[in-house]
Write a protein that binds this ligand. Structure first.
Ligand code: NAI
Length: 350
């Protein structure tokens, strides 16, 4: 099923409002979910709406949150999310970070007590759109096994980085610190497809290809990915004074309670370093050089991070719209808010 941007965003917004989100919050959430689906990040698009709707309907996302931003220094601040919608909190916190970075050269804005905020590349791209450089990190529920361990301890803890170029292109690096984001496994489940045996392990720690048997995800690059996921948790969790490591709430544990997640945005103004013009010129040059590199057998081109996501977006519209799994479309057009499928489920249930 292919949908236009307006149609998909409209259906998601309507469902989220039906679940209880107010207009502005549903609009921002649906916009960011559409941003993900149109770039082929289906793991963080419409597939999530039913879960969010259940959590909103059961009270686990505050529908009228008391957001509060406290500036703690010229370049730092803390955004209290009151367990409101994570998409809205992360967007508003990035707006603050952008404002402060323009004023003071650098801004470090942490968020406390927010719910899931989806594809975090959306927020770093906001800064690149304003000629700034940004990094964002956030916590997610424990799902990854540390090297030599037996239990999931850290989440898929993503990192995103974005920067502008001189010609409108943007580098948007946006990745989970596990081999695959959990949402990619959800997406494979929803499509009835198998997964490569390098993504995850079963209850006994053996590699699995059936996405329904996943019991823990593997960090990227062994101990190095494990170090990165710890660093993400330190910056966005321990530093924010919210639950950390294995104490981070599980997505499906109790949909009536706030998730208390942490996130951090760091934004820098190139004018405070080499100067904006030189920075953007050299960013364009580095992207051009990467694109021009001779390729190894079996590859058509060397891409810079985020390039393929933009190509997927352009191709989706050429092909008649954003591709959505039929069962998700059926849910979106139905009158049902949710099917009670997520609450109190094992973290790997859905
Ligand atoms: P991915 O594996 O599809 O891509 C990771 C990065 O590598 C991207 O920046 C992509 O542009 C780049 N890339 C991939 N192939 C490339 C190639 N051949 N050449 C150049 N660059 C290439 O992304 P992943 O790790 O599956 O994450 C998907 C989404 O899930 C992200 O938007 C992330 O923010 C989100 N996420 C959110 C979480 C949350 O709790 N909020 C948790 C984990 C992930």
């Amino acid at each position: 099923m292919r949908l236009s941007r307006e149609e998909l965003k409209g259906l998601m917004k309507k469902k989220l409002m039906r679940a209880g989100l107010k207009d502005e919050h549903a609009d921002i959430t649906a916009e960011i979910l559409t941003w993900s689906d149109e770039r082929g990040y289906h793991s963080h698009g419409a597939v999530r709406v039913e879960y969010y709707s259940e959590r909103i309907a059961k009270g686990g996302i505050t529908t009228d949150p008391h957001f509060e931003f406290k500036k703690t220094g010229p370049c730092s601040g803390v955004f209290e999310g009151d367990n409101g919608c994570g998409y809205v909190a992360a967007k508003k916190a990035m707006e603050k970070a952008i404002e402060m970075a323009k004023e003071n050269g650098i801004a470090v804005v942490g968020m406390r007590n927010i719910s899931h905020s989806g594809s975090i590349g959306y927020y770093t791209e906001m800064a690149a759109d304003q000629d700034l450089v940004a990094i964002s990190f956030c916590q997610s529920d424990p799902m990854a096994v540390p090297p030599g361990g037996t239990e999931p301890y850290y989440g898929t803890n993503p990192i995103s980085f974005a920067a502008p170029t001189a010609d409108g292109r943007k580098v948007v690096f946006d990745m989970a610190t596990t081999v695959q984001a959990w949402g990619k496994i959800l997406d494979k489940r929803s499509r009835g497809e198998s997964i490569p045996d390098t993504w995850a392990v079963d209850e006994k720690g053996n590699p699995v290809t059936d996405p329904n048997l996943v019991n823990a995800l593997l960090p990227i690059a062994g101990a190095k990915g494990y170090g990165l996921m710890m660093m993400v948790d330190v910056f966005s969790g321990i530093l924010m004074g919210v639950p950390f490591g294995k104490h981070v709430s599980s997505m499906y544990h109790d949909c009536s309670k706030g998730r208390e997640l942490g996130q951090m945005h760091i934004v820098m103004d190139p004018n405070r370093f080499c100067g904006l013009e030189q920075f953007k010129k050299n960013m364009s040059e580095t992207c051009d050089e990467l694109n021009a590199m001779p390729t190894a057998d079996g590859y058509d081109k060397v891409y810079y991070p985020g390039e393929r996501a933009v190509m997927r977006k352009e191709k989706a519209y050429e092909d008649g719209g954003i591709e959505i799994v039929d069962s998700i479309y059926e849910y979106l057009i139905s009158d049902d808010i949710h099917y009670n499928r997520y609450d109190h489920k094992n973290r790997f249930a859905e």
